[in-house]
Design a protein around this ligand. Sequence first.
Ligand SMILES: Cc1cc2nc3c(=O)[nH]c(=O)nc-3n(C[C@H](O)[C@H](O)[C@H](O)COP(=O)(O)OP(=O)(O)OC[C@H]3O[C@@H](n4cnc5c(N)ncnc54)[C@H](O)[C@@H]3O)c2cc1C
Ligand code: SF4
Ligand code: SF4
Length: 417
Amino acid sequence: MVTHPVLVIGAGVAGLTAAVELADSGVQTVLIERNSTVGGNALDLYKAFPTDDCFYCFEGNRWRPGIRKCFYRSALLDQPNLTLKINTTLKEVTGEPGKFKVVLSIGPRYVDPVKCIMCGICMEHSKAFSLISPQCQPQAVVYNPDKADEGVARAVEECPTKAIDIEAQPSEETINVSDIIVATGYHEMQPVNVDEYGYGRIPNVITQLELARMLDPNGITGGVLTRPSDGERVKSVLMIQCVGSRDEKYYPYCSKICCIFALKHANIIALERENVSVNIVYMDIRTYDRYERYYREAREAGVNFIRGRVQRVKPSENGGIEAIVYDSLLNRYLKFDTDLFVLSSALEAPKGSEEIIKALGLRESNGFVAPADLETEENVVVGDHVYACGTALGPAEVPESVTQARAVVSKILQSRM
Ligand SMILES: Cc1cc2nc3c(=O)[nH]c(=O)nc-3n(C[C@H](O)[C@H](O)[C@H](O)COP(=O)(O)OP(=O)(O)OC[C@H]3O[C@@H](n4cnc5c(N)ncnc54)[C@H](O)[C@@H]3O)c2cc1C
Ligand code: SF4
Ligand code: SF4
């Protein structure tokens, strides 16, 4: 009888779903996350399609009733079959399918999440301590040694629960596991190399993820759209689609969901921010399945669509951005003076995927994990006793990621019957 736990790599929506549901089914599960907090990219997204719920609440994406924020508080941390290891990555895998021996690298634990009561005293003394988000789990501040300043010693001294250990060292742990689930997710490409758009050079050029953080009332600007260059209120936004996707110079594939999140953001701005105009420059608008409604709503809300390409951008005299756009339907060049230029950047495999794919002997597709057999429908089975779910398999939305995670859980449970 199999008694080894299951290892889940990555605590985004997909990994969390798989880990919690396995644990709830009585399977010992170890969930590792390389960051200091769980949630992955979903933590930064504000409102979520298809239900337009706030992303802090997963109920709208078919989470179990009553989970909402408490998901992070109870289902995850109070589940005895589940061990969460933050700041942890996979170092080595040996053994055989069903009986893997894995070595985990565990980063230094500067703040003990069990002891931290989030009183905030350390953050008052030093910029090296911060709260990743108000709903982060584990509920603890994080310490960044690269930002250490003279206030750190006082923070350590005044921490009421003695939760801080700035001398903490990295460690390793070896465990035996029966199955491995890869849920390492995606990364939004930083389009610094796409010269024509000026990202990284011109401050008012941002990505869609950066826009999502700006739209979030709990985010950096409290939900107010302001120009990063001078803090002026934004009156116009120009979005450009397919940045780095469908482009042989970067990624040949379509990132599948960037049309939908661009429309989501356009609708939020057009409907919820007064007197802000939105233009979207596109090659094709791809809104599969139920998402066509976002396109219709955008049209009704007055979002302007231009089929074509942005030829060049430069800072404008009024502090915004001047963009020259070729309109391929009208066969003419248009000039825009806009406050924010938002790039719908490609979703790429995260750093470290290549090593995991290699260590587990998996197939790769455009940097993401590929299904074991592309001919079958079994897209979550990627090896013998090795599975993948969510955006580790390529761009996907949350409902698809959750469904795949559940498919993996069901396969593992079946294999143990
Ligand atoms: C701008 C934008 C808006 C979006 N809006 C929506 C929306 O409204 N609705 C919707 O359904 N979807 C939306 N999405 C897509 C959504 O973000 C994804 O579907 C979802 O976050 C995928 O979850 P995941 O668990 O697969 O991956 P991730 O969220 O990427 O999580 C992966 C986790 O694995 C961890 N990890 C990675 N590598 C390692 C490693 N080697 N070791 C340990 N841990 C590792 C990461 O730190 C991360 O925590 C949007 C995406 C973008 C870019
Ligand atoms: S002072 Fe200590 S308990 Fe308070 S937030 Fe900082 S680490 Fe946590
Ligand atoms: S989803 Fe839309 S923006 Fe994204 S790559 Fe595909 S066509 Fe381009």
